[in-house]
Design a binder for this molecule. Structure first.
Ligand SMILES: [Zn+2]
Length: 369
């Protein structure tokens, strides 16, 4: 429990952060031009456009069907970031390439970390999973080890970045999320690889994402703050209704049909919210390769557990999952969208469509017939 004095101290720090940010906030409302917002990937981009409407112009660095885990920023991306008023990122180490990009571009605008204030899922082994994965890879592929090493350093640098963002969050939410601050402070000392970044797979957490996004837009364009908060409220109501819809849909699955096999480990938050177990041959990042041992273990689990369907993903190579399906006689239950929207003509052109599509695909494939 924090003492009253620490709370007062952090309130003072938040006030200082507000003052500092006010000095750099772009005066877009006065110029009448839409705020330039860059989101790191398509899901965040969709959330920003829902909240910002015509008052913002949004660019997602990693577009539909793109894999943020393995993204490499282009010179064009660097230019886009350097011209942005606001940068919206997921955090929790999802964008391993972000620090280098920010350094390159000298971006000085408002940075919003969408996951600030969520209840993150800790990964097994105290957060060294990710690193172990990289090291395992290095053993097999010395040629790539220099790159991998660079990634690790970026991962560590995220401590600093998160520290800053935490202050942004504090000043945005001062007085609203007192207990969340404590929670966050508790996590702050840990390795950031220690948490699963795929938190948008929880609709409850998406409500926090859009709070953080609305607060960042309001800070950068205070004259339009009421419009942003109005859009956020309407969007939050839709997310809540969808959460209830998915809960009803998945509650119908019997206890022996609640295990879902996917390509990479991106659905732990979804599983926690709806009481499903997700297993995957690949780890938290699509960068890590499935080991032969993991694949054998998964095949045994599918056979012994009577699992009838496995799911491929829009962002990963389906070959391994198809092989596992062949080996076990399980069907391909459909395509899930772990971390990127589909194009406009696909089944998941918005975040809401994505969550509904994933839930319906799982329910349809696993339901007894
Ligand atoms: Zn992922």
């Amino acid at each position: 429990m924090p003492t009253r004095r620490t709370l007062l101290k952090s309130a003072a720090a938040a006030a200082i952060a507000v003052a500092a940010l006010a000095a750099v906030a772009p005066a877009s409302a006065k110029s009448g031009k839409p705020l330039k917002v860059v989101a790191t990937f398509s899901i965040l981009g969709d959330m920003v456009s829902r909240i910002g409407g015509d008052l913002v112009s949004v660019t997602a660095l990693v577009g539909p069907d793109g894999d943020t885990h393995v993204y490499r920023p282009t010179p064009a991306a660097a230019r886009t970031v350097s011209e942005a008023d606001i940068l919206v990122v997921n955090g929790l180490g999802f964008e391993g390439w972000l620090d280098r990009l920010i350094e390159t571009t000298g971006f000085k605008g408002v940075r919003a970390v969408a996951t600030a204030g969520i209840d993150p899922i800790a990964t097994e082994g105290g957060g060294h999973d990710d690193h172990d994965g990289h090291e395992g890879h290095d053993d097999h592929d010395k040629g790539k080890s220099a790159d991998r090493h660079g990634d690790k350093h970026q991962g560590h640098d995220k401590h600093d970045e998160h520290g800053h963002d935490r202050h942004h969050k504090e000043d945005e939410s001062a007085g609203r999320h007192g207990d969340k601050h404590d929670d966050h402070d508790g996590h702050h000392g840990h390795d950031h690889g220690a948490f699963d970044p795929h938190a948008w797979q929880s609709l409850r957490h998406a409500a926090v994402y859009i709070d953080n996004i609305a607060a960042a837009l309001a800070k950068a364009d205070p004259e339009n703050a009421s419009a942003f908060y109005r859009n956020r409220a309407a969007y939050a109501a839709e997310l809540k209704a969808l959460d209830a819809e998915i809960r009803r849909l998945l509650a119908a699955l019997p206890a022996d049909r609640r295990t879902v096999v996917t390509s990479h480990d991106a659905f732990q938050y979804f599983g926690r919210d709806y009481g499903l177990t997700f297993v995957a041959p690949q780890g938290l990042s699509t960068e890590s390769e499935a080991s032969a041992k993991d694949v054998v273990r998964l095949i045994r689990l599918i056979r012994d557990g009577g699992i009838r369907a496995v799911f491929v993903e829009n962002i990963t190579d389906p070959r391994l999952l198809k092989q596992i399906a062949d080996e076990t006689g399980a069907a391909i239950g459909g395509t899930l969208y772990p971390g990127a929207l589909s194009g406009p003509d696909g089944p998941a052109p918005t975040y809401i469509d994505l969550m509904r599509h994933n839930a319906r695909t799982i329910a349809r494939a696993l339901a007894p017939r």
